[in-house]
Design a protein around this ligand. Structure first.
Ligand SMILES: Nc1nc2c(ncn2[C@@H]2O[C@H](COP(=O)(O)OP(=O)(O)OP(=O)(O)O)[C@@H](O)[C@H]2O)c(=O)[nH]1
Length: 616
């Protein structure tokens, strides 16, 4: 192999590694498509819309979940050929950890801002992530074709709110293709070429790893120093495991083998690694016989924020569910699960998700790709509990919360929520936050019209429907960004639900003392609606400890039953519920009672009930 050092150095100067960051829907994927098209990475004819979103589900939902790195070739106006590595990032608040991963592989970021919407919460959050990573930021104002576009105003916003020079922002319309040529030139001129000594021992960062049934584990790496090629023995520095490299290459957008990857490159390595568990994202890859002295510093790991039980409708499918989760995990580093048993539902798993959207995506993939029918219990957060005997435990399943008499203190996760909103809506936003047990922190005017309202809120209150409520209370103008900051003591109680006199563990939930009675009543009346009638009466009760706080009765079967199901507005929560309804009637027999999937999601509706009540 001809590895002329001067040529390699010359090649390194022509590499540009960059990401595109934006608030959701500001046009990141469409811009990526245009760039791919312009660089002829895919011919227009072959190009499916949004080729970077390779999961069917992503395309359907129009959201980007997994990050993808592609290599593009671009002949610039200076006549030289440049090598672009474009790393796509997701925009949804559930997936912000994926953003920080991809940024670690780049020197620059295109910050895309919608010319009509302006800077929003995720624009800021992502811009700060990029600044923290020392990336060169190229501001891009997209959708300038829209009649409501106000590019100059957006330019000012970027300068005022992010503090970067936006006077030379690239004006684009990813829809018409306007400005894309200029954007490509700006990537060449503004994004710095990677540095890193090619002659030093290999030092590469794993920023993603995916399982491929043909190739085994595929490591997506950013090479920082040195060079790697087929036949090398690599070592994963965190666990000292060694593997022989079977292939290296880049995605373009399909996998294309290369002779080597060198300092500055973003590409893949395969090395007959059997399990993704061995390959930690953030780990450093080096050569076994010529290792680097110091590993790279890893970056923030994703941690689940929402937990729910997943049970096969057919108990015989437990192993299938196990296998399916194992396979999904190979592709989804954020997914966590462990076995769990429920008296009511049998054997299943407690699964940790980044948020409700992530939960929804996982459920859909399990059902679609693995053909499983699942019952999912209502989502919960994790609680830190100190028992009277001084023991510290973490509880992510309401059924496992110890008896009140054994609890000294329960702490729940609180987030710092930044809500950006036009001044006119500050009132409704504050009202909503107060209702959700929020504590006001501060409020800043971002410009003449817009305010950044900061609240401390219990994660429990915001995971379900806060975002939807926020949107409806502000005519869609508010944007939200949040992160878990701390755990704080809270007066929480466990609500048990009894059907036919039997406590159903999978229906219990944790609720703040002040809302307990109302929610007890709400859930009971909701369950009364969704539990199908039988030949006998079914008492439905809500209890805190031994105390029954609400009760209702599912009357014995009559012929004219019309189950009144919640229709409601078009929010994510409702879509979730509607989907549960639309699918096959998923039921679980518990004792003599059949419990449908909707019953387990009742707690999502409860919040709605509460909001409606207080909103009246
Ligand atoms: N009018 C107009 N519409 C655009 C333009 N760019 C993108 N859009 C539309 O805006 C919507 C969102 O674009 P996407 O590219 O999917 O946005 P995104 O930021 O990638 O969204 P996520 O992948 O969900 O984070 C789509 O309906 C696009 O067709 C533009 O320049 N002009």
């Amino acid at each position: 192999m001809d590895l002329d050092l001067d040529k390699l150095k010359e090649r390194q100067k022509r590499i540009r590694n960059f990401s595109i960051v934006a608030h959701i829907d500001h046009g990141k994927s469409t811009i990526a498509d245009r760039i791919l098209e312009k660089t002829h990475t895919v011919s227009k004819r072959d190009m499916k819309a949004q080729i970077l979103d390779d999961l069917d589900l992503e395309r359907e939902r129009g959201i980007t979940i997994k990050l993808n790195a592609v290599e593009l070739e671009y002949t610039a106006k200076d006549g030289k050929d440049y090598i672009f590595h474009l790393i796509d990032t997701p925009g949804h608040v559930d997936f912000s950890y994926e953003v920080s991963r991809s940024l670690a592989a780049c020197e620059g970021a295109l910050l895309v801002v919608d010319a009509a919407q302006g800077v929003e919460a995720q624009t800021l959050a992502n811009a700060y992530l990029a600044i923290d990573n020392d990336l060169e930021i190229v501001p891009v104002i997209n959708k300038v074709d829209l009649p409501s576009a106000q590019p100059e105003k957006v330019q000012e916003e970027i300068e005022e709110m992010i503090g970067i020079d936006a006077s030379d922002s690239v004006m684009t319309s990813a829809k018409t293709g306007l400005g894309i040529d200029e954007l490509l030139e700006r990537i060449v001129s503004d994004v710095p070429a990677p540095e890193g000594d090619i002659t030093k021992p290999l030092k590469a960062l794993i920023f993603d790893s995916v399982y491929d049934s043909y190739r085994g584990v595929v490591l997506n790496v950013r090479v920082r120093e040195g060079l790697v090629k087929v036949g090398d023995t690599i070592e994963l520095m965190s666990n000292k495991k060694t593997f022989e490299v079977t292939d290296v290459g880049v995605m373009s957008p399909k996998a294309v083998s290369r002779d080597y990857l060198m300092a500055g490159d973003v590409g893949y390595i395969t090395a007959s690694i059997k399990s993704v568990v061995e390959t930690q994202v953030g780990d450093t890859v080096t050569l076994a016989d010529n290792p680097t002295d110091e590993p790279l510093t890893g970056y923030r790991k994703s941690t689940p924020m929402v937990y729910a039980g997943m049970y096969p409708v057919d108990n015989g499918k437990y192993e299938d569910l196990h296998e399916a989760l194992e396979k999904l995990k190979l592709n989804d580093a954020a997914l966590e699960y462990e076995p769990e048993t429920s008296q009511a539902l049998g054997f299943g798993f407690r699964v940790g998700f980044l948020g409700l959207l992530h939960m929804d995506v996982v459920q859909e993939r399990l059902e679609r790709e693995f053909n499983l029918d699942l019952i999912i219990t209502s989502p919960s957060v994790d609680y830190h509990v100190t028992t009277t005997s001084g023991e510290e435990i973490v509880v992510d399943n309401p059924a496992e919360l110890p008896d009140a008499s054994e609890i000294k203190e329960v702490r729940e996760p609180y987030v710092r929520a930044e809500i950006m909103v036009p001044e006119d809506f500050v009132g409704p936003v504050m009202e909503l936050c107060q209702r959700k047990r929020g504590q006001f922190v501060t409020m800043d005017y971002l410009d003449k019209y817009r305010v950044n309202v900061i609240y401390k809120l219990p994660l429990l209150e915001i995971i379900f429907d806060f975002f939807d409520d926020l949107k409806s209370n502000t005519k869609g103008y508010a944007s939200l960004d949040y992160r878990v900051e701390e755990y704080e003591p809270s007066e929480l109680v466990k609500m048990d639900i009894l059907l036919n006199g039997e406590s159903v563990d999978a229906l219990s939930f944790i609720v703040h003392k002040d809302f307990a009675y109302q929610r007890g009543r709400d859930i009971v009346s909701r369950l009364k609606e969704v539990i199908p009638r039988q030949m006998f009466e079914i008492p439905v009760q809500a209890a805190i400890g031994n105390k029954i706080v609400a009760r209702a009765t599912v009357k014995a079967y009559r012929k004219d039953v019309t189950a009144k199901l919640y229709g409601g507005d078009r929010t994510r929560r409702d879509k979730l519920l509607n989907k549960q309804k639309a699918g096959k009637k998923r039921m679980k027999e518990v004792g003599k009672v059949s419990i449908p999937q909707e019953a387990f999601m009742s707690v999502l509706n409860l919040n709605k009930g509460q909001t409606d009540d207080s909103g009246k």
